[in-house]
Design a protein around this ligand. Structure first.
Ligand code: C5P
Length: 239
């Protein structure tokens, strides 16, 4: 059985290498992967990836959400693969050709995951983007469609909310990886929260998530290590 802590992806959403190093030290035994996103990667570059690899056994999730022409995305993924990260993310919004190109830049060690519909998006934000009909009334259909593009292109899996993960697993099988952000334990209160399609850690894992991304509920907790342990305990109850 997978260890409950290995479901947890912790995003290092901080501006400096020092702050990231501090969080890695505190949480390295409590989470499965550290996620490096735009803010930290733009500030520190590959240094932070190297630090995580040298100082912990946790994997690195490079969440750059690439979205560009096929050749540029491929070269971005190749550069990520040279850093030996476990996962790199690409938007599915650009379509199958871009995704296929992204996958060709990955390799055995670095898997490409497709971002379906951001968990901060809701019906209103999709309407603003001129989406209509079923894509708006039932976001899970749009998520499934984008997941099917990712699957056809050879991506290892997708990012989706905990509300869509069961449908994805049902359609594409258990080996197609589902990473679920928008996680809110019942005890966490995030002021001015931007996430919309949210689930608890237990709901997401019960619905089939292979990994859950939990940021602010851990980072802003009075004791982040204790918060991460509490989330692992919650996961254990549904395994
Ligand atoms: O738990 P919290 O809302 O703080 O987590 C935020 C993290 O989840 C950010 O690093 C963000 O990039 C990531 N994320 C997301 N929605 C997605 C994909 C990633 O919120 N669809």
């Amino acid at each position: 059985m997978k260890d409950p802590k290995d479901y947890i992806v912790f995003p290092l959403d901080v501006p400096t290498l020092n702050e990231a190093m501090n969080l890695v030290r505190i949480l390295q035994d409590e989470v499965g992967l550290f996620k490096v996103g735009l803010q930290l990667f733009i500030s520190t570059g590959p240094k932070v990836v190297q630090y995580i690899k040298d100082s912990s056994s946790a994997g690195v999730f490079l969440d750059l959400k690439l979205h560009d022409i096929p050749d540029t995305v491929k070269k971005g993924v190749e550069a990520a693969a040279r850093l030996n990260v476990t996962f790199v993310t690409v938007h599915t919004y650009g379509g199958e050709r871009i995704l296929r190109s992204a996958v060709s830049g990955g390799g055995e060690k670095t898997k490409v995951l497709g971002v379906t519909v951001l968990t901060s998006s809701d019906k209103e934000s999709l309407r603003d983007l001129r989406f209509s009909g079923e894509s708006v009334s039932d976001i899970s259909r749009l998520v499934l469609h984008r997941a099917s593009l990712a699957r056809k292109a050879g991506c290892a899996g997708v990012i989706c909310s905990g509300l869509e993960v069961a449908g994805i697993k049902q359609r594409f099988g258990k080996d197609f990886i589902a990473v679920v952000p928008g996680i809110r334990p019942t005890w966490s209160v995030i002021s001015g929260d931007d996430q919309r399609r949210i689930t608890t850690p237990a709901q997401a894992v019960q619905n089939g998530a292979d990994y859950i991304v939990v940021g602010r509920p851990i980072r802003t907790a009075p004791d982040p290590k204790e918060a991460a342990m509490r989330i692992a305990e919650e996961i254990r109850t549904v395994l």
